[in-house]
Design a protein around this ligand. Structure first.
Ligand code: SF4
Ligand code: SF4
Length: 297
């Protein structure tokens, strides 16, 4: 691994998403969270040393991103990463960032220490996207924090899952209405996966999610997703399971061409719904999937 003078990584036009999972730690305990429930995942996560902030900054500074492609910070709760504030200040100014957060952080510190321009760009959605988890983060607390952030100049959006359970769904819709009345951007996200014996979501590939039998295939991604240790994966299922990284973000040989290869996978059937779901791309055009799969057998 070379740590100085690293060549650039310049995502191509069809590369749709670049995300650093700064940490998988979280200060909430959502019962459906993939990070909390799979003990294999937890065990795998501690296998690798996490990157320190200096290495994350070097990794981000390798990126040459288009104006419409931010570096998304996610997790876990990315603001829990100990070097978060240094990271968002010290990465080269050309990099614009998005933040996926549960907003369980000190907003006064955030406003004081985070430059607004870092999270400001033209996009059809807010750069700071807050997930509302009923019974975990309190909606009144979220609303007052969002109003504060907006006053400081940040663009913030709230997201809730359209859960199939009727009482949760009714609650989310009621909260959405309340937020919209206040002029807040509250959007609904589709529930994906199994609930009460039914499968939810529109997936491009049959039996790719929660299948009984695993199959072989070849798969290639359109994304650069990097785990807390700096490893780059071809899908979220691999990332959360710490299996088969394609490279390390500080490998000098890793570049935009590395992403485009089809790679063998023997875990077809356990795909993460996010990767195989038919969804909107960064232009909000429907029909995109994060991965392309062929030769399923
Ligand atoms: S906020 Fe997200 S990462 Fe944290 S426990 Fe809930 S689902 Fe998991
Ligand atoms: S086939 Fe599924 S599990 Fe395998 S790499 Fe592709 S998305 Fe991941």
């Amino acid at each position: 691994m070379i740590r100085a003078g690293l060549p650039n990584i310049t995502p191509k036009d069809h590369h749709n998403y670049v995300a650093f999972f700064l940490t998988l730690s979280c200060n909430l305990k959502c019962p459906y969270c993939i990070n909390l429930h799979d003990h294999t995942i937890r065990a795998n996560q501690v296998k690798h040393q996490t990157l320190d902030v200096g290495d994350w900054i070097r990794a981000a500074n390798r990126l040459v991103l288009r104006a419409d492609l931010p570096l998304t910070l996610q997790g876990g709760e990315p603001t829990l990463f100990s070097g978060f504030y240094r990271f968002v200040n010290d990465v080269k100014p050309e990099i614009k960032m998005d933040l996926m957060t549960n907003l369980m952080f000190d907003v006064d510190r955030f406003i004081k220490e985070v430059p607004v321009w870092r999270f400001t760009r033209e996009a059809p959605y807010a750069a700071i996207r807050v997930s509302y988890h009923p019974d975990q983060n309190d909606i009144n607390d979220l609303i007052s924090k969002i109003l504060k952030l907006q006053q400081a100049g940040f663009r913030v959006g709230l997201y809730g899952i359209e859960h199939p359970a009727s009482e949760i769904r009714a609650h989310i819709l009621e909260v959405q209405k309340r937020c919209q009345t206040m002029g807040l951007d509250f959007r609904l996200k589709e529930f994906l996966g199994e609930y009460d014996g039914a499968m939810y979501g529109t997936f491009k590939y049959d039996e790719s999610v929660a299948a009984q039998t695993l199959k072989q295939c070849e798969c290639r991604t359109t994304e650069i997703i990097v785990d807390p240790a700096g490893y780059v994966y071809k899908c979220h299922a691999d990332l959360y399971n710490t299996r088969n990284p394609m490279a390390h973000i500080l490998d000098a040989e890793f570049n935009e061409d590395s992403i485009d290869e089809f790679r063998d996978c023997s875990n077809y059937g356990t795909c993460n719904p996010c990767d195989v779901k038919v969804k909107t791309n960064r232009f909000q055009v429907f029909g995109h999937t994060s991965v392309e799969i062929r030769n399923i057998r």
